[in-house]
Write a protein that binds this ligand. Sequence first.
Ligand code: SF4
Ligand code: SF4
Ligand code: SF4
Length: 379
Amino acid sequence: MRLLPILPFILDYPFLRPAKFLAENIQRGMVFNAALERAEEILESLLKRGHYEFKPEDKPFYCSACDKVCRDACDRDAIAEDFLWDRCNLCGECFLRCDYSISPESYREMEIRAKVSVYSYIMMRSAISRAGEGVRRRFATSLARSYRHAMESDQSEILPEILASNFSIKIIKNESLWVHVSDYLKAASRIKSPEWKLVSRNLRRGYVELDALGFYRVVEERMRDAFFEPFTIEIEGLESLMNIVTEYELSRKAGRIEGVKDFDLFPPCMRKIVADLKDSANVPHTARFAITTFMLNVGYSVEEVLDLFRNAPDFDEEKARYQIEHIAGQRGAGKEYDVPSCSTMKTYHNCVAECGVRHPMELYRRRLYEGRGRKAEGK
Ligand code: SF4
Ligand code: SF4
Ligand code: SF4
């Protein structure tokens, strides 16, 4: 049964290497929808509260009771009477060829739940990958800490070996857990606490003695780096997640967006571009074009739009003024440019939410009229 022994571990820890075999060919459907719902819940909690409570389950490790017919799949000679974890890099090839058998219903149920977990993890990574560095760091730190808490309550005896193989951390496990000094120092150098100084530890033959909590703290540092790394899998249909990211980014930057009148009426895509420009982020040309056309269309002057670009890392006043005036129809053939539609914004990855409109101006006008209506009611 494909991946059987590692499925329960992937279910709880979807970043494990063999999860890649479940992530092939992600398609819309029931599993996709369930994963998206889970991703929304986790991402919102991670960004707003800095934590999500994962609940690890009891996990059997079927390989312990098997005669290991998959042995030939391993080119690292890591499968003997038992698994030789110090040789294993958790490539997953043996688990792919697993022929251990459990009830098909239980297997199917486990596979679906593991897929939901993996998809939701990939969805979060994909949505967060387009955010600014501060938000990506918040995500990576919160997710790594949350998984560490899950590991601390996990009853699986084999979990340290699986994590060590996955993150290439050298360990020796006897009555204690020993972590190679180089792996220990990589983590300890970032932890500002006296007990993490090497002199405070028991060091023997190049390995540092740790308890399980200490080991999972080392793993947390590895996870934090892994979750912060650029992520290249792009998935369509994640607008609800991108909305969560955008709202969080905007809430962080709210103080720096003063001076942009009617900012609350701006569609999320335009708010994000303004926030990025104010934050001196490198904003792509298509997004600069979009915000320029939008602001000119809703009544901002060339001078006001120019002011918005002053924080851009490559700001050149003469060039920027020429481009804005050109878009405003004050130069060249006098053509005024339209605000790009939502579908064009999506094509260039400038759409950040699912607003139920076809054009950003439609949303702006709707908000403007609703605002006026509210004012009139208040009179
Ligand atoms: S066949 Fe291999 S992967 Fe499957 S349970 Fe046995 S040892 Fe584990
Ligand atoms: S997961 Fe480990 S034991 Fe299995 S094939 Fe890969 S290296 Fe060998
Ligand atoms: S749906 Fe349209 S208005 Fe909303 S964020 Fe996307 S591009 Fe902007």
